[in-house]
Design a protein around this ligand. Structure first.
Ligand SMILES: *Cc1c(COP(=O)(O)O)cnc(C)c1O
Length: 376
């Protein structure tokens, strides 16, 4: 059994994917080929924003936005404490200070009330300027944008939506990738929409930022890449990846999103009574980058993980360490009482196999196994 089955996915669309890659090889336009523009237009239309700018990966997508926004030393950027390292890393890399904020126990996403408390604490201390917040659409579920947007407006913060795991999710009819002043996603192979290497994209409605981002991702180019008007990066998506993504995007929209949501409902039906299953609030739709359950405590989690492993059922812990425990942020002081939820989640979460190519009998097998292990 696979945790995320990329081999079956490839076999399912092999003809289309091979054909798309062959085309790029024949044309030998490996950088900036026409597939890039096609992809950017399709992604922008799907998400419902004016501009999509592809780039090298989801981490640099965020870095590029922070560069365009001139986030720098002395700025505070609010980041959930329970996320992949990258979300805080880009803030520190920009020279600014990441302020980690506790999350909601049920959705795993940034807790809006705690965001406001953290903003007030920074303002009271008076050392840093609150500039932006990076909510994360964790495990495929959009963050609580209705509330976060109100708070961001009140304190004049820019919202950068980290939708690396969230592509395909939505709140009512509004799609992930359209909630912030800018949003980013990742095409790392295991993400909801993945390519065959590294890749990423930025979404925004702002014409000026879009122009700046297109320059920043190619060495700060002006008229062309030998006319350099600002310091930038080399952060392009290559044409082969765009060709793969053009094929996968169609099937993602047509079949894969429905499939993972069907498997989510099967899992929940079978597991609801014995573990805490994922909570999808009313009106929200998840793209299920992960299906993550919560156990009673660390020892129950370890017991289940070990016995699943012994029976060749892959399960993963996302995340075992909250951001404020990462050694790389060891230069900052943190009060553990600010992170009670994230600390508890790190001890109790477990992600089960989730992807569009699961079989019903595999889910049955996994769930029976969970029931049997936890009953003992
Ligand atoms: C994967 C991920 C990223 C980084 O994406 P890369 O393409 O690997 O750089 C950023 N944030 C979150 C929440 C992620 O899961």
């Amino acid at each position: 059994m696979e945790f995320r089955d990329l081999k079956t996915q490839y076999q399912t669309y092999q003809n289309e994917i091979d054909g798309a890659i062959q085309n790029v090889l024949k044309n030998a336009d490996f950088i900036g080929g026409k597939e890039i523009n096609v992809l950017e237009e399709r992604l922008a239309e799907y998400v419902g924003v004016k501009h999509c700018i592809t780039c090298a990966n989801g981490t640099e997508a965020m870095t590029l936005v922070l560069m365009a926004w001139d986030i720098k030393a002395g700025d505070a950027v609010f980041v959930p404490d329970f996320t992949f390292f990258s979300t805080g890393e880009v803030v520190a890399l920009a020279g600014a200070t990441p302020i980690f904020v506790d999350v909601d126990e049920n959705t795993f996403n940034l807790d809006p009330q705690k965001l406001e408390i953290a903003i007030k604490a920074v303002l009271q201390k008076g050392e840093l300027q609150p500039k932006a917040v990076i909510p994360v659409d964790l495990f495929g579920l959009p963050a609580n944008y209705p509330e976060i947007t109100g708070i961001a407006r009140k304190y004049n913060l820019l919202i950068l939506e980290d939708s690396a795991q969230g592509f395909g999710g939505r709140i009512n009819e509004q799609k992930a990738g359209s909630f912030g002043a800018a949003a980013t996603t990742s095409f790392f192979p295991a993400k909801p929409l993945g390519c065959y290497g590294d890749g990423g994209a930025i979404f925004t409605d702002d014409d000026q930022w879009a122009a700046q981002l297109k320059s920043l991702k190619v060495h700060g180019k002006g008229r062309d890449k030998y006319d350099n008007v600002r310091i930038g990066l080399n952060s392009r998506l290559d044409t082969i990846q765009a060709a793969v993504l053009n094929v996968k995007l169609s099937f993602f929209i047509k079949a894969e999103l429905d499939a993972v949501n069907y498997f989510y409902s099967l899992y929940n039906q079978k597991l609801n009574d014995i573990v805490k299953t994922p909570v999808i609030p009313n009106g929200y739709y998840s793209s299920f980058a992960q299906y993550t359950i919560r156990l009673k405590d660390l020892s129950e989690r370890e017991k289940l993980k070990t016995s699943l492993g012994k029976n060749q059922i892959p399960a993963m812990i996302y995340y075992a360490k909250p951001m404020h425990h990462q050694k790389a942020f060891g230069n900052q002081y943190f009060d553990e009482s600010d992170y009670l939820v994230a600390n508890r989640l790190c001890e109790t979460v477990l992600s089960l196999p989730m992807h569009p190519y699961l079989k019903e009998r595999e889910i049955e097998q996994i769930c029976n196994f969970v029931l049997k292990t936890l009953e003992k």
